[in-house]
Design a protein around this ligand. Structure first.
Ligand code: GLY
Ligand code: MN
Ligand code: MN
Length: 436
């Protein structure tokens, strides 16, 4: 992503917060995995969204109409020794030259300098409560100013949530963001195809996970958007199963929920398919039901329709189907009202998708489900999970877990599926798996 895109976002944010206010946002920090080994660094999505700066120990400050420049970046100073051990980092000069900061200061000088920036500002916008260290520091800086009030300086009196503004911005994806999301979606879809082709009984789930990751990395996407779920048989009934260490059995289904990240933008795809390459009759019936529920939900993804309508459509199709197949008994309306489907469909239809896999943005506005608008991206992922020990249903259904998940862009005309590159109809899946 070019700096011009980040610049546009900063400009919009600065307009929002207005004169007399200041906004602060900190970077992610390095987390220790064990002793001298760190977890791979992943920048905070909000911070990256505004700066494109991919280093820890940084804080961005935005001050509308400041003479010396509206964007100040505190970051690590360039350190020759660090460069030898850990590689390139921007330093103060790089922060200005490569990341368009109007001014850059050492992060070591934060406590010394921030009170000066906050002086005589009425409002502070920042991610309240996200980072207790920043919360505490901010209060200390404000107290520092208050203690000097006799010299005529005033301390900010209003703390505002930066999230409200920023997350509303992030909810609507620009063309540049969509390009990255499309790429993440395409590579991830192709990885799912590879996984279907590689699947055979006797392999461990992690060997299929290896196929997925191999494809992501071979295509330059070196991070997964979330830990891959590769769940054979009844493991699929554990929604966020990530142990991935069981052996695949011939008569079982395999549920894979995996997606790569492309320059901080996620894909999130689930497919469920038979390990043998052919669905059994009960598997086919439940699978088709989930697929029908997804189709019904997708019809509700259009601008102007409330967010929850897709969920309601999926509930109706699934509940009706469960009655027809004999897993539920009773009148459709009452079963829905009493949420009798919930033991088998316990999650919602999906979530916003973007820099975070469960992306930011409100689902309700003024207590009402928000209406879909062009530029939003979301997942549509109905599922059915019949616990292995469920005594109320016929044995043939037990231990089957199915989810079908696609990434969907709301367009002015309706929607576009970004993850169509991996098959999901029974005939397409069986054809693909038998072609090898
Ligand atoms: N991969 C997590 C989810 O589908 O929400
Ligand atoms: Mn998923
Ligand atoms: Mn999802």
């Amino acid at each position: 992503m070019k700096q011009s895109e980040f610049k546009k976002r900063r400009k919009k944010l600065i307009q929002h917060i207005g004169k007399g206010a200041i906004a602060l946002i900190g970077s992610a920090s390095i987390k220790i995995r064990n002793r001298d080994v760190d977890y791979p660094f992943r920048q905070d999505s909000d911070f990256y969204y505004l700066t494109g700066f991919n280093e820890p120990d940084a804080l961005a400050v935005f001050i509308p109409e400041r003479k010396e420049g509206e964007y100040v970046l505190f970051c690590r100073e360039f350190d020759e020794k660090k460069a030898i051990w850990e590689g390139a980092h921007a330093g103060l000069e790089g922060a200005k030259a490569d990341y368009d900061a109007d001014e850059a200061f050492s992060i070591e000088d934060l406590n010394k300098m921030l009170p000066g920036f906050l002086e005589n500002k009425a409002k502070v916008f920042y991610p309240i409560g996200r980072d207790s260290e920043l919360d505490n520091k901010l209060l200390a800086w404000i107290n520092n100013i208050k203690n000097r009030s006799r010299s005529g300086v005033t301390a900010p009196s209003e703390l505002h949530s930066l999230d409200l503004i920023l997350h509303e911005m992030r909810l609507f994806k620009s063309d540049k963001e969509l390009k990255l999301m499309r790429h993440a979606a395409e590579v991830s879809a192709a990885a799912h195809v590879k996984a279907m082709q590689a699947c055979k009984a006797g392999l461990f789930e992690y060997q299929i996970e290896a196929e997925l990751i191999h494809h992501f990395i071979q295509n330059g996407l070196r991070a997964v958007a979330y830990p891959s779920i590769v769940a054979g048989g009844k493991n699929a009934c554990t929604l966020h199963y990530t142990e991935n260490n069981s052996t695949l059995k011939s008569g079982d289904l395999l549920l894979i929920d995996a997606g790569a990240e492309c320059d901080h933008y996620a894909a999130d795809i689930t497919r469920t398919f038979p390990i043998s390459g052919r669905f059994s009759e009960p598997q086919k019936q439940l699978y088709q039901l989930v697929l029908d529920a997804q189709a019904a939900a997708l019809e509700q993804i259009q601008p102007g329709l409330p967010w929850n309508q897709a969920h309601d459509a999926s509930v109706e199709v699934l509940t009706k189907g469960l009655v027809e197949l004999g897993l539920l008994k009773g009148k459709l309306k009452k079963l829905i009202k009493d949420e009798k489907y919930k033991p088998f469909y316990m999650h919602r239809i999906g979530h916003w998708l973007g820099m975070d896999v469960h992306d930011v943005g409100d689902y309700k506005v003024n207590q009402e489900w928000r209406l879909l608008e062009a530029g939003m991206v979301l997942t549509v992922e109905p599922g059915l999970y019949i616990p292995a020990d469920c005594k109320t249903v016929d044995e043939k259904w037990r231990g089957i877990g199915i989810r079908i998940e696609d990434d969907v862009l709301v367009t002015p005309q309706g929607h576009e599926i970004l993850t169509g590159g991996v098959p999901k109809s029974i005939s397409e899946i069986e054809a693909l798996m038998q072609a090898i």
